[in-house]
Structures are given as C-alpha cells and as structure tokens.
Design a protein around this ligand. Sequence first.
Ligand code: SAJ
Length: 430
Amino acid sequence: MKLPFPRVAVIGLGYVGLPTAATLAARGVEVVGVDVNPRAVDAINQGHAHIVEPELDMMVQSAVRTGRLRAVTKPEPADAFIIAVPTPLNGDHTPDIGYIRAAADSIAPQLAKANLVILESTSPVGTTERLRDWLKARRPDLSFPTEKSAQADIAVAYCPERVLPGQMLRELVENDRIIGGISPRCSERARSLYRIFVQGDSLITNARTAEMVKLCENAFRDVNIAFANELSIVGDRLGVDANEVIRLANHHPRVNILQPGPGVGGHCIAVDPWFLVHTAPQEARLIRTAREVNDSKPAYVIGRIKALADRFKNPVIACLGLAFKANIDDLRNSPAMTIVEHLAREGIGEVLAVEPHVDALPRELAGVALVDVDEAIQRADIVVLLVDHDAFREIDRDRLLDKAVIDTRGLWRWRRRIDAGNGSRKTRRR
Ligand code: SAJ
C-alpha cells in the first residue's frame, strides 16, 4: 500500500506522542520522534520506552530495530508533523501553551509545500488558529489555510488524543477520532493520515469544535465525578452509604453516576476543565464548581482521618494505594499522595503506605514506611483505602473487623453486597 505520508515527525515523545510514533512505525511509516529531553531520546534509540504503558516497550523496541522509528532532539523535514506536547496549568489555573509555541518555532523552518501539521495536545479553544498564525509569521513564503480557503501550501488540523492510560495502544487504534481541520480540505488531509492506523470512525468537524469536544469530554467526566463526590459527603452527613445509593440509582435506565473517591487526579480530568473556565469564566459556572468540589475532596478525607485518629493515642494509619487511579504506577497528581503527604507532614499517627505498583516511595513521602498489605493491615489501627487497585479487592474483610476503616472508593462495601446477592449467609461488617 502506498502511504499518503511516508515520513511523519512526532513532536513530543510523552504519554501520547511515543505510542503514536510507535503505532505509525508499526504500519510502515518512517517516523522521526522529536523530544527536547536527551535522556528520553537516548532511551528510545536504544529501544526502550521511557514511560510505563503496557506493551509499549515491546513496540518501541521493534520500531527502532526495524529502523522505522528514530528519536532526535531537533525536527527534521517530514510529510506530516504531529504535535503532542504538554499543555500544563499555571498556578492560577490558566493554561500554559508555551510548549506548543516552542514546537511551532522548531518545525517552522522545516515546513515545505504540501505538508500537514496536526495538533493533538489538549488545548484551549482557538489554539489551532494561533498555531497557524505562529507558523505563518515564521514562514511568509508559504500559504496557510483559513476557514474558507480551498487551497493552501500547508494543511493545519486539530485532532485530539482520547486514549486512556493503561489501554493506550488498543484505544489509539480502536477509538473514533475527531478531526478538526482549519478548512474542510485540511480535515481531509488529516483523515488520510489517521486512516493509516485508526480502525474507529474519523469524525470531521472544524478546529474550534474539535478543541471544545476534547475539553467537554473530560469536563463531563469531572462534573459526573464531582456529583458522586458530593453525594458521598452528603451521605456521610446523613448516615447513608453513598456507594449503595449510586449502585442502586444506576439501575435506573437513564442514570449512570460515576464513583466517588479521594479526589480527582491525573494529567487530564483535573486540568482540562480549567481550559474551558479560562476562556468562558462567566459562563462555565458548573464546570468550575465541579473542579472545586473535586479539588476539595482530599482535604475532606484528611478531616475524616484526623477525626478518627483523635480517638487513638498513637494511631498506626495504613494508607492503601498512592497512584492517581487503579492498577497503574503513576503517582503524579495523585490525591492519595496529597493525603498521605499531609498526614506525614502534620505528624498524624504513624503512617504506613501500601503501593504494590512501586518499589520505593518518592522523596515527598520521607518519614512514611512502604510496607506490604499484610503488614499494614496487621499493624494498623486505622485503614484508609485510597486507590481501588485489584490487589486490594481480595483483602479478607474479617481482618478489618477490629480496625477503623475509611474506604474512599467504596471497594469493600461492593464486595459485601455481592456476597449477599450471591446468597452468602456471611454478613461481613466493616
Ligand atoms: N475517578 C473517580 N471516579 C470515577 C472515575 C475516575 O474518582 O468514577 C478518578 C480517578 O481515580 C482519577 C481521575 O478520576 O484520579 C481521572 O481518571 P480517569 O480514569 O477518569 O481518566 P484519565 O485522566 O486517566 O484519562 C482521561 C480519559 N477521559 C475520559 O474518559 C473522558 C481519557 O479518555 C483521555 O484521553 C484522558 O483523560 C486525556 O488524556 O485527556
């Protein structure tokens, strides 16, 4: 098969860029991966993924071995450029699109007629047009698209990534793709690139709509989780188990409430809704409130732990889970980390941490002991479940009977109800 884009440069080899680069290479494209971090570039050129994602290491190894993937620190000429750089939040919740600007500056000198430039980074509405303007300012010799232009030397489109960490390689291929060209022709060009590896549908729209679709998906999830988190707080107040309420309410054919937890972490859901709030501060009231509800949940959980700890003289507090969500090893932006760090800093009891997905604790948790789940439960007066890792699902509830327990995820109560639903006569108390 003749490839429409035989040579593709992927700018930013992080959680999105590297899987995309390896997937394209596996389809026969010559991929030049570009990253400013020389250590990441070296690791990739030696055939190793510098990030943890199931099967990624193997794919990178084979892409490098076949010569189809090569990492460099500066862009080289290509037929298409995919920008997948971070768009972090500033301290005041405003978006920082500086890495996109830097990417634009670095690829501009390499651009040639008929090139396609795609932005995949989650971005505030209007960023793709700004990207076009930055490129245009640096390359007055080339023509760039406008919404109505039929022809331009360079095509520019916004095509957001939507993959879930932990299942990226599968979702990259299977998920439907939103394609937002600056002009319809740009969309067509971008679609022909994604056809190389995407099996899902390619849904065409304009760049601004595609930018907002991405933001609204994560804001939708954030608002739904905030609703669940608020229910859990209301339930505590009323002495009702909110997890049971949610489980039963979700039997209604048109209700689908997500799960409460100790807060919302990660690099997307806790960040992206702010991009909408930033660009429409007066209008995005619910979205802002949801962020505030979720951001305040770790402090609420800390309050509950402190109230329990006050009942003991020198309580041993076992905290189960540090990652930002279940079954991954990523501790960054994790509400569980915030909670454990706070307990340790304030000297609230002796804190034991259990995180089966890591071998050592990060520096922030100096003074906290990393132990296995058996030791933690055996020694603890208070057991706090912070992450719903599969490894914690099987803990024998009888071992918790004489402990004070805070289950922020509702993991163990579910099991008890399932036991009862299966006709078991054992009713296990918390
Ligand atoms: N969480 C809850 N309750 C739930 C679900 C999640 O408290 O019912 C918490 C998790 O524990 C975690 C946080 O929310 O702390 C975020 O986890 P997540 O699994 O909801 O999402 P991410 O951040 O790993 O990935 C999301 C996904 N977006 C959506 O599902 C709409 C993914 O598809 C996106 O590609 C990704 O953001 C991204 O890169 O934007």
